[in-house]
Design a protein around this ligand. Structure first.
Ligand code: NAD
Ligand code: APR
Ligand code: ZN
Length: 247
């Protein structure tokens, strides 16, 4: 198997998706046994779906909270922690996962692009109440309300048709720009993602345009795999611990 050199010139930007948590027992979204299979994604992961049936949306996220609370990080998560310890500020982890497993494993330089399953916020955009930590698994048939304004509370998750936090995108872009302007070697590695959800799916092209190296670790070949220079097919929990060559 190829190895990825992680030396003092390397700036490593990692993007993870649901596949990285699969070996911990968290279901993926697409593919065999994916969560979206047989389920119209808009009904649980869009503002329209929430407006139409908030009970169904909270049932879905309460189930995911209960599931994610029971699982533990796997060797793929741990490998990323080791790489971060080695590279320090020349490492950044952007994740599409909302399960919180990267932080639980010990990753610190993490951008949770799609939000966090264990954070809740008010659905009223004019409400002053800030997003807050919330591990509650709401009983079936319950939709929590805001104590400040009475509106419905919602999961702090980026749904389809919603924008990502511009500060998150700036942090990712700023990292890649610093790598290039400092004369470093920019490396982008994506793992466990089907590469179909924008803007995360566009990161590989941006890095290539900046002259960076691109690596993909994924269980299946996807259409997006063609856009990476290096593709290693396999499970992230098996590949990542063997991939990095720390010097
Ligand atoms: P879109 O406009 O619906 O969403 C794009 C934006 O929403 C991106 O910024 C994306 O990052 C963000 N986003 C919102 N909710 C998200 C979530 N739960 N997970 C990840 N990212 C999320 O455009 P699109 O993604 O190109 O989708 C077009 C249409 O296809 C939408 O109606 C969408 O719901 C649907 N879709 C269905 C599936 C499926 O598996 N059934 C997958 C992707 C998209
Ligand atoms: N190791 C590596 N890859 C794996 C593993 C594994 N053990 N198991 C599954 N995979 C791969 C699958 O082959 C698939 O290509 O992980 C990928 C998971 O793809 P998706 O389920 O589409 O997940 P993701 O790319 O994270 O989805 C992006 O879509 O609906 C939204 O909010 C959701 O953040 C998510 C976004
Ligand atoms: Zn409120």
């Amino acid at each position: 198997m190829e190895t990825l050199l992680l030396d003092s010139k390397t700036w490593l930007l990692v993007l993870t998706g649901a596949g990285v948590s699969a070996e911990s027992g968290v279901p993926t979204f697409r593919g065999l046994n994916g969560l979206w299979e047989g389920q119209p994604v808009e009904s649980v992961a869009s503002p329209e779906g929430f407006a139409k049936d908030p009970l169904r949306v909270w049932r879905f996220y309460s189930q995911r909270r209960a599931g994610a609370a029971e699982v533990s990080p796997n060797p793929g998560h741990t490998a990323l922690v080791e790489w971060e310890r080695h590279l320090g500020d020349r490492f950044l982890l952007a994740t599409q996962n909302v399960d919180g497993l990267h932080r639980r494993a010990g990753s610190q330089r993490v951008v949770e692009m799609h939000g966090n399953l264990f954070t809740t916020r008010c659905s009223n955009v004019d409400c002053k109440r800030a997003p807050f930590p919330d591990t509650t698994v709401y009983p079936d048939g319950t939709v929590p309300g805001c104590k400040d304004c009475g509106s419905l509370l919602r999961p702090h998750i980026v749904w389809f048709g919603e924008y990502l936090d511009p500060a998150d995108l700036e942090r990712i872009q700023g990292f890649a720009q610093r790598a290039v302007s400092s004369g470093g070697r920019l490396v982008f590695l994506a793992a466990g993602t089907s590469g179909v959800v924008y803007p995360a799916s566009g990161m590989v092209d941006q890095v290539r345009a900046m002259g960076g190296e691109t690596w993909l670790v994924n269980l299946e070949t996807t259409e997006s795999a063609l856009r990476f220079k290096h593709f290693i097919q396999g499970k992230s929990g098996e590949v990542l611990p063997k991939l990095g060559r720390l010097v």
